[in-house]
Each structure stands twice: as C-alpha cells, then as structure tokens.
Design a protein around this ligand. Structure first.
Ligand code: DCP
Ligand code: MG
Length: 362
C-alpha cells in the first residue's frame, strides 16, 4: 500500500444498556444489566458503565452479577430496537464512505482515505460522525483513528465512553509497547496464556522476538503478530456488499384464476417482504411483480416510486396496476412473487451472529 490510509473504528458505548437507558429515564444513572434474569441461567449481554464499577461484564452469569450488585436492574434485550439503531448509524457511516465494514451491530471500520465530503482530516470526520450519531440516536460512540485497522480498534477502546483517540504513525510504537498481548488481533485466550507462560506480556515483549522465532512458536500467526507488534497491518476494510433486492414468492397449491385469490396471496407476500425490509433496514423504491402462468411461462412487471416503499400497504397499493399489465386471470397462475429493489441507501443487513448465540433467557 503506497499511500498511508485513514481508518476509523467506531464502537457504541455500552450499546444495549445505553439504548435501554435512553428509552427509560428511570434507568439512567443506575447499574443496568441487559440479558437474562438473575433468577435464570442466563448471562449478561452487556451492562451500563454504572454496573461495570461493580465488576460486572458481558457474558457474566446474571445470577453472579446480581450478587455483585444487588441494586442492579435487569432488563431483557430488545433486538429489533438495537437493529434499528444499528441501521441508523450505518446510514451515517455511508454519508462519508461506502468502505464500511461492520463487525457487529454497534461496531464498524471505515476507510476514509477518500471520502464523499472530501474532508482531508480523518479526525474531523470522526468528530462529525460522533456528533451525527448523538443527534440521530441520542447515544454516544467512541472512535479511534489511525492508519490501519488494528490500531484504529485499539484507539476506539482507549478512552471509553464518548472517547476519541488518534494514533498517528509516530505515536504507534508507544501504544503498542504498552499493549497487553491479549489485546492483539488474533490472540485468543489460549494463545494469550501461552504467551504469558513464555514471559511475553506486552507489545514491547513481542517486538523483541524475531519473526522466525515467532513463527516457530505460533506458526503462521507468528508472522502476523510480528507485523502488528511493529505497527504494520495491511488488512483492507472490506465492505459488505449492499443487497440489491429482496423478494418473496410462492408456488400455489393449485393453479388459480380469480383475482381476489391472487390479491390475497400477494397481500401475504407483501407482508413478508415488508417485514424483511424492516429487519434489513434497506430502502427500496422499485417493486416487481412476478407471475408464472400454468404453462410455466413467466412475466415480470415493475413500477418505481419516487420514495421508499416500506409497508405492506405501500406495496399492495401498486399491485392492481401491475396485475393489470399481465394476463393473470385470463390465464391461470401457478406462482406469484414480489421483489423490492433499488435501494436508496447502501446500508447492509448482516446481523451479528454473536448476540444470537448467547443464552439470554431460559
Ligand atoms: N454483546 C453480547 N455478548 C457479548 C458481548 C457483546 O451480546 N459477549 C452485545 C451487547 C453489547 C453489544 O454486543 O451492547 C456491543 O458489544 P461491545 O463489546 O461493543 O460492548 P458494549 O457496546 O456494550 O460496551 P463498550 O462500551 O465496552 O463497547
Ligand atoms: Mg460497544
């Protein structure tokens, strides 16, 4: 990479807990745990900074959290709300660049070396993004700015909450030298324990070992650790490809020719498409009707609105006109489908698998 890159890492502060405190003023300023109830076998997904003072943290059994802090308030997670906020912040990111790599609902890398508003300072962009997030969601985020992903992520974590840390090339060594090895990208618990046993505790310790020795100790990853310890990380920011369309279709149990029946099937499909669109946060303007006749011949008819079509009613309002442009009814129909496309905003839809894996509630 010839040009020095400008990478920003954004991470929302105490994400789920902050959303709960925002939506329920009675929770503000209090230790709040989001996750399983204390009388269940569930765990804490996250907790407010007030709760962290008691040593509570993510993935701690809720029962244990309640023992540490009897005053803690336990609330169940509301994933749809978190997903909505996640979509909001991603739209903000895309105002600056499409090189956005989300790591989870509340976290993403941005490569702003080249950016849409042509702002030369990545720090200024980070300040602006934090302000936009606060204005639009009422929540705070922490940002890290540096010349690669590894350091940008370390930086965003450096002064949480509501932090902004910049690591320019000349400051990198200072940060890395003091960094505990467990914080290095790719160093899991097992490797961390091995490193500790070998007397390698910080970045400075790692740096003292030759690449050959590191490879000998840790295999291929050893070469990576060597590069990171020297502040080198060439991994690109890989944007998730925005979805271009979202559709549902159904093959009917028997071929139909009555328009009323078709509208009932289409209403069902429109409901499914609208629900999927809501989940994904994508905004489509073009609706396409697909009709397969009994003889398997297939036609599609499309219509584009000047605005985003979001609800099942928005979609259904267009259906009679589209159906009129087919021979449905004159000919029997065996399949109907609805697709929404033409996204206004290249937000993306991956939901972080991490949240789904945890046993929040019994
Ligand atoms: N999360 C989870 N289980 C975990 C870790 C996190 O369900 N083991 C969820 C809840 C968090 C969200 O993901 O709110 C974001 O994770 P972070 O690690 O960024 O933690 P927070 O945003 O809660 O706090 P911080 O201010 O430290 O970023
Ligand atoms: Mg976070």
């Amino acid at each position: 990479m010839s040009q020095t890159r400008k990478i920003i890492h954004i991470d929302m502060d105490a994400f789920y807990a902050a959303v709960e405190q925002r939506d329920n003023p009675a929770l503000r300023g209090r230790p709040v745990c989001v996750g399983g109830r204390p009388d269940s076998r569930g765990v804490v997904a996250t907790c407010s900074y007030e709760a962290r003072r008691y040593g509570i943290h993510s993935a701690m059994p809720s029962r244990q959290a309640a023992q540490r802090c009897p005053d803690a308030v336990f609330v169940p997670p509301r994933f749809t709300v978190y997903k909505e906020v996640s979509n909001q912040i991603r739209r903000i990111f895309h105002e600056y660049t499409d090189l956005v790599e989300p790591l989870s609902l509340d976290e993403a890398f941005l490569d702003v070396t080249v950016n849409k508003p042509a702002i030369p300072s990545a720090t200024r962009i980070a300040v602006a993004i934090k302000a936009r997030i606060r204005e639009h969601t009422g929540l705070t985020a922490s940002a890290g700015v540096s010349y690669n992903k590894f350091l940008a992520k370390i930086a965003s974590d450096f002064r949480k909450p509501d932090g902004l840390t910049v690591i320019p090339p000349e400051k990198a060594a200072e940060f890395i030298d003091r960094l505990p090895v467990g914080r290095f990208f790719g160093v899991g618990r097992v490797t961390e324990a091995r490193m500790q046993a070998l007397g390698i505790h910080t970045g400075a310790d790692l740096k003292r070992l030759t690449p050959a020795r590191l490879v000998q100790l840790f295999g291929k990853s050893g070469a990576l650790y060597h590069a990171f310890a020297h502040g080198r990380d060439e991994r690109p920011v890989v944007p998730h490809r925005p979805r271009k369309s979202l559709g549902k279709e159904t093959t009917l149990a028997t071929d139909i020719h009555r328009r009323q029946e078709m509208m009932a099937v289409l209403a069902e499909l429109a409901g499914q498409v609208a629900a999927a669109v809501k989940r994904s946060g994508l905004l489509g303007r073009t609706v396409t009707l697909k009709v397969k006749y009994a003889d398997f011949q297939q036609v599609t008819r499309s219509w584009s609105a000047g605005y985003a079509l979001q609800t099942a009613d928005d979609i259904m309002a267009v259906m009679p006109g589209l159906l009129d442009r087919t021979e449905a009814g004159v000919r029997k129909v065996r399949l109907l489908g609805i697709t929404l496309s033409g996204w206004q905003s290249p937000a993306e839809a991956e939901i972080s698998a991490r949240q789904l894996r945890l046993p929040f509630m019994d």
